[in-house]
Design a protein around this ligand. Structure first.
Ligand code: NAD
Ligand code: 4PL
Length: 248
């Protein structure tokens, strides 16, 4: 689509399907070498094959510290390190509040918040070791603003991601690394289509300023901008991408 990420290597987590796959596809179209990563190893390899070109599949579980270490060792060997990291992988639950127990809470925080920490820790250590003025882009959710029902642990984790984004931007700004978050609204991803969230489109569209069904491409196009040199003066921010459903 552009050539603005030529000579960059971009890691996208949770890229086997949905929004992550669309982001990986867009960054590759912008000229990046894309590391397609996912806990679903078969889906990960299939997505990298679909993208083709310079896309590389390296499966990893972001909630597992050893798996994340192995991922970044492989990236250092195969691509001489990472320039752009998109923390997209997460579990998107639909669960009544009465069913939210400690095991569910710990699972969602463990993947959606601690996983984002583990990948950001390893990625920004690698960027600094390589003297790379890198980009970290965290996929949060507009449920943090809306307090959307049936996702209490998820909303808490996504709020944590926004707080972490603000703090990490401060910690790393002196190294030329920017850290930003994107908050999508309801998007017709593979995961959403296969879940009860798929029933919510009519209601959500009623709340949107701009009408239509959110698509993975709507998020990928904004992530491409944040990954580009045009966004060099933006850090610690949360960019809401939901057709104007919520205003913050
Ligand atoms: P999805 O369920 O379609 O895809 C998520 C991917 O993440 C899957 O391929 C899954 O295997 C992977 N994944 C899950 N746990 C993992 C782990 N421990 N390690 C590595 N990979 C893991 O989801 P989606 O709808 O495309 O969502 C992508 C991102 O966008 C998520 O961060 C989600 O919270 C966010 N988001 C989605 C929506 C929406 O409506 N779809 C709205 C706002 C935010
Ligand atoms: C508005 O992040 O942002 C449902 C499911 N509805 O995961 C989300 C909205 C969902 C959302 C989300």
């Amino acid at each position: 689509m552009t050539n603005r990420l030529a000579n960059k290597t971009a890691l996208v987590t949770g890229a086997a399907q949905g929004i992550g796959k669309a982001i990986a596809t867009r960054l590759a179209a912008d000229g990046a070498t894309v590391i397609v990563s996912d806990v679903n190893a078969d889906g990960c390899a299939a997505a990298a094959a679909d993208i083709g070109g310079k896309a590389v599949s390296i499966p990893a579980d972001i909630s597992d510290a050893a798996s994340v270490t192995a991922l970044f060792d492989a990236i250092q060997q195969q691509a001489r390190g990472v320039d752009v990291v998109v923390n997209n992988a997460s579990i998107v639950p639909f669960i009544a509040w009465d069913d939210v127990d400690l095991a569910h809470w710990e699972q969602i925080i463990g993947v959606n918040l601690t996983g984002t920490f583990l990948v950001s820790r390893a990625a920004t250590d690698q960027m600094r070791a390589n003297k790379v003025e890198g980009r970290v882009i965290n996929i949060s959710s507009n449920t943090f603003f809306a307090g959307t029902p049936n996702m209490a642990a998820y909303v808490a984790a996504k709020g944590g991601v926004i707080g972490f984004t603000r703090a990490l931007a401060t910690e790393l700004g002196a190294h030329g690394i920017t850290v930003n978050a994107v908050t999508p609204g309801l998007i017709e991803s593979d995961g959403v289509i296969a879940s009860p969230h798929n029933e919510a489109f009519e209601f959500v569209e009623m709340l949107q300023a701009v009408k239509g069904k959110g698509q993975p491409q709507h998020i990928a196009d904004v992530v491409s901008f944040l990954a580009s040199d045009d966004a060099r003066w933006i850090s610690g921010q949360t960019l809401n991408v939901d057709a104007g459903m919520v205003r913050h």
